[in-house]
Design a protein around this ligand. Sequence first.
Ligand code: GLY
Ligand code: MN
Ligand code: MN
Length: 443
Amino acid sequence: MTAGQDITREYKAHVSEIRRRWDNALQAEGYDSALIHAGSKLVSFLDDYEYPFRCNPHLLWWLPLTRHHDSALLVRPGRRPRLYYYQPDDYWYLPPTDPQSWWAEEFDVIPVRAAEAWKQAETGAHAAFVGDADTFTSAVNPDQLNPSRLLNRVHLERTRKTSYEIACMAEAANLGAIAHKAAEKAFRAGLSEYDIHQQYCMAIKLVDAELPYGNIVALNEHGSVLHYQAHAQQVPGELHSFLLDAGATVHAYASDITRTYAAADGEFAEMISAMDEMQQQLCAAVVAGLDFRQLHLRAYLGVAGILKDFQIIKTSAEDAVATGLCSVFSPHGLGHFLGLQTHDVAGLIDDADGTPIPRPEGHPFLRLTRNLEAGNVLTIEPGLYFIEPLLRKWRENGDASAINWDKVNAWSQYGGIRIEDNVLVTDGTARNLTREAFANLEV
Ligand code: GLY
Ligand code: MN
Ligand code: MN
């Protein structure tokens, strides 16, 4: 994507800040340098085609080099970082363009023609090597490779977003909102999942490989498959609902947005409104210092309350959470950190040792257990679904009388509801990047 003026203006300060953070981390762990490798292309078995390239996010934190396999960055405390910019003489594939001034100015850029040019880097006696390329890992001492204390430190630092990162994520939210609107229009026009997906990508001129994750484009009961990946080409005979979980990227920073729509007014539309209201209350409760586990449990009580209000369960909301009944209808965590990775790093650790912060018992899929800090960006994505295998398991092994099965059977055609926003934590009112982005479309 093209860089907005406001974004590139923030970049210099971003690099200066992450230089400071890397320098501190290297010094604290006793390293002379870190060599961060982009990664290499992965070729499929018995073939000469490659999987879509995904750059090492540690390199992306420094530079927006999303397509630049085999580039590498040398980081040394107190010195300008040095970029080995891999630009092969290639006529099978288009090589990377020349470095662009808006990011190159912060680095000593050395264009290189050989993929292994980084081996000449002056790393010093005690260097760390960060990345996963095969040629890279086989060339260095295993205990210098991805040292866990160093990486934990950097991962924790990555949870505190700079102004540049926030600007990228706000723009990724804007793109996501534009594409979501196009997809909703396509749904209302009766298009298939496949065609809705095409409309989504066309609206923001991204191809699949540029999306942060595979779009989840789910009509009717497909909404109950949490990471539904098929893009069916047939339009169902009757349309009941549409769940769209899809984002966008700007300089490698992601948005991760879900909206659910009813095909017509009625009870399902009312349930979506109830979930939306609850989700907004959760977003409004996001503040620095909050233990995210408490908010997750509050979300479960909210979902259970809605199940009760719609007479789907017969127990109290509290009992439904305590017995695991609520998890049958809501089997994932309330949210996760977001950034260069959709499920961003360090959601479950306390310190450089990687000391785990445990999940609440009975909540194995929660990806974020930390106390929130200003600068964190995370998703708030409560869900409520009618998932056949989980319902069947409960019917066979749980208290089957706690569920109103007639209601469940009637609701199954809708699949489920998820509402997902991306929220920036501050010391005061949280900034909801997603609601802001949808509001921007209204003006
Ligand atoms: N789109 C994946 C997730 O919401 O976590
Ligand atoms: Mn999502
Ligand atoms: Mn998510």
